[in-house]
Design a protein around this ligand. Structure first.
Ligand SMILES: CC(C)(COP(=O)(O)OP(=O)(O)OC[C@H]1O[C@@H](n2cnc3c(N)ncnc32)[C@H](O)[C@@H]1OP(=O)(O)O)[C@@H](O)C(=O)NCCC(=O)NCCS
Length: 230
């Protein structure tokens, strides 16, 4: 059984005690965001991830350093890793939700999205393949949007678990219908097989959808926690 712990937070203020946990590279990323809320979401993801990673590794939060080198372009905006530690993590933020998922090393991907709007058909056509779209055909517009966000967060979580994100074609993977438990049915990607993929829907609260994916042949046990400031 692989354990996966998901921690949820809301945006922190950009206070000195939190900013002090960022490295100079992370300060550069923080400063590059134009919108204050984007800066706060980034800061919160890092503070939450460092705090929980520190607890798990027996380190102060400030002593936890991530390598977030993008394997596509080399910039420090990729999936964060803790060099040398048996700990894998994935960060996601949307609206007022910031989440971090952890495993003891199995590749993990987390996605949370605000899900309180009607989705354009063009987005459904972009993200879902024919098989997946068929499962939406009989639904009302409202139910179709809700189902789409379930598909979308499951897919993004899976793409993030691979570390490649949207560089993998969204339509190359086929997921179970939104009304059924999250499952990979098939994939055009050699790196992704149903036998080695486990997924779960999460409960990020009203107006949000979220999912987690773990690349493992074992069953997963997912726990969700709300992070409160000490
Ligand atoms: C990762 C990605 C799916 C973002 O999804 P999103 O719904 O917009 O945003 P989320 O909040 O869920 O995820 C963002 C987080 O994913 C993580 N991340 C970034 N790249 C990632 C990747 N390739 N795989 C897994 N996780 C990644 C980061 O932790 C990032 O948050 P942070 O920068 O604050 O630490 C998307 O940006 C992507 O596919 N990026 C990689 C490919 C790409 O387009 N690169 C372009 C520049 S080379």
């Amino acid at each position: 059984m692989i354990e996966c712990a998901v921690w949820w937070a809301t945006p922190l203020p950009a206070d000195p005690e939190f900013l002090a946990l960022l490295t100079s590279v992370e300060h550069g990323r923080f400063d590059a965001y134009r919108q204050e809320i984007d800066r706060r979401r980034f800061l919160t993801g890092r503070v939450l991830a460092k705090t929980i990673a520190g607890q798990r590794l027996g380190l102060e939060a400030g002593a936890v350093e991530f390598d977030a080198t993008c394997d596509g372009c080399g910039k420090p905006h990729g999936a964060p890793r803790v060099p040398g530690a048996a700990l894998a993590l994935s960060i996601s933020h949307s609206g007022d939700r910031i989440g971090v998922a952890f495993t003891e090393g199995a590749p993990v991907g987390l996605d949370v999205e605000t899900a309180n709007r009607t989705v354009e058909d063009s987005l459904i056509e972009y993200a879902l393949n024919d098989t997946e779209r068929e499962s939406l055909a009989a639904l009302s517009a409202e139910a179709r949007s809700a189902a789409f966000f379930t598909f979308w967060t499951r897919k993004e979580a899976l793409l993030k678990a691979t570390g490649r994100g949207l560089r993998l074609p969204l339509q190359s993977i086929t997921l179970s219908p939104a009304g059924e438990p999250a499952r990979l049915l098939g994939s055009g990607e050699a790196a992704l097989s149903p036998e080695r993929t486990r997924m779960a829907d999460l409960d990020p609260g009203e107006g949000y959808r979220a999912a987690v994916a773990v690349l493992t042949p074992d069953d997963i046990k997912v726990t969700e926690h709300t992070w409160q400031l000490p």
